[in-house]
Design a protein around this ligand. Structure first.
Ligand code: PBG
Length: 329
């Protein structure tokens, strides 16, 4: 049936009609807020490249999470800035590590009853060299060792679960880490702790601002020997397949906007919850345009989130979580 019988504009005439036929919806519960915890008290340190994002001391983070919960946000994803770093990433698995202490404080404050507490599992914030695994040096050469890193990641997962994480989220991209973490969790009695694996994590320029936020830039080299090549979609499917086989409960795709096709492909192929991480660079790029008045903030923000959702992500990790939740209220 063609024009003039069919007129697509009939259903676009006003907002109630548009709302009725809308195919994709966002809700605050599908948004996850990343938070960077640092030591001290009363600290709320703004980040140059990410307006609206802060390093929070634990007391401030507790308030921030309370506010997020009252906006209906689905969860928080915690990262830590330790007071000191070493080659073995001790701060990642220390019982009194920054994220471990943050988790206990959040449990105590009761916010865990309102939203999901997730903790990133990675070593780069805790190693002096800033790589996500153990570095073996030989003269001028170096290698990020896979297998010796697994034990540290597994220990980290357990210590975060013990401190109260509902979900641990390995982002390091070592092979075999999901199985290593699952085994150790089960052995230590944390069989109910879920694993959200950053299964398809691409080596991306869009992580730049995060490395300022988390003080985790590699001191030499880059992450291309462990994170994925941005050109590869089939390889992303294999990564996901392997992580699910190792026991991942959910998968996270990252970055989001430059990889919407990968999210879509994953959605069609795997019947597990899939999230996407709208990473720091995606956020900073939009903020930079907002600051210049080049893009309309709320509309541009919601359009990016909607695109990620439409591509197939059930939940979205985003620095816009509060702003978007407010817009949805
Ligand atoms: C840790 C990690 C990174 C991000 C999440 N976990 C940085 C990286 O891999 O370099 C990036 C998140 C963001 O850019 O917002 N490995």
């Amino acid at each position: 049936m063609e024009f003039p019988i069919t007129r697509m504009r009939r259903l676009r005439r006003n907002e109630p009609l548009r709302a009725m036929v809308r195919e994709t919806r966002l809700e605050p519960g599908a948004l996850i807020l990343p938070l960077f915890l640092c030591s001290g008290e009363g600290v709320r340190r703004p980040l140059d490249s990410m307006p609206g994002v802060f390093n929070f001391s634990i007391d401030e983070a507790v308030k921030e999470v309370e506010a997020a919960a009252s906006l209906g946000i689905g969860g928080v994803l915690l990262f830590g800035l330790p007071e000191s770093k070493d080659e073995q990433a001790t701060g990642a698995w220390a019982d009194d590590g920054i994220v471990q202490r943050g988790l206990r404080a959040l449990r105590q404050s009761g916010s865990a009853k309102k939203l999901v507490l997730m903790a990133d599992v990675c070593l780069c914030e805790y190693t002096t060299h800033g790589h996500c695994g153990v570095v073996k040096r030989e003269g001028d050469d170096y290698e990020i060792e896979n297998d010796s890193t697994l034990e540290i990641l597994a220990k980290t997962g357990v210590s975060l679960a013990r401190a109260g994480a509902d979900v641990v989220a390995p982002s390091d991209m070592m092979d075999g880490r999901v199985a290593a973490i699952r085994d150790e969790l089960d052995e230590k009695g944390f069989e109910q702790t879920a694993i959200l694996s950053y299964a398809a994590k691409f080596a991306s320029a869009f992580y730049g601002p995060f490395r300022e936020a988390a003080n985790s830039a590699p001191q030499f080299g880059d992450r291309r020997s462990y994170q994925m090549d941005g050109a590869n979609l089939r390889e992303a499917m294999r990564e996901i397949d392997l992580d699910l086989g190792e026991g991942a409960d959910m998968i996270l795709m990252k970055p989001a906007m430059p990889y919407l096709d990968v999210i879509r492909a994953a959605r069609e192929r795997f019947d597990v919850p899939i999230g996407a991480y709208q990473v720091s660079g995606e956020y900073s790029m939009l903020q930079a345009a907002f600051a210049r008045g080049w893009l309309e903030p709320q509309r541009a923000m919601m359009e990016t989130l909607l695109s990620i959702r439409r591509a197939g992500a059930g939940f979205i990790v985003t620095y816009f979580a509060q702003e978007a939740a407010k817009a949805l209220a």
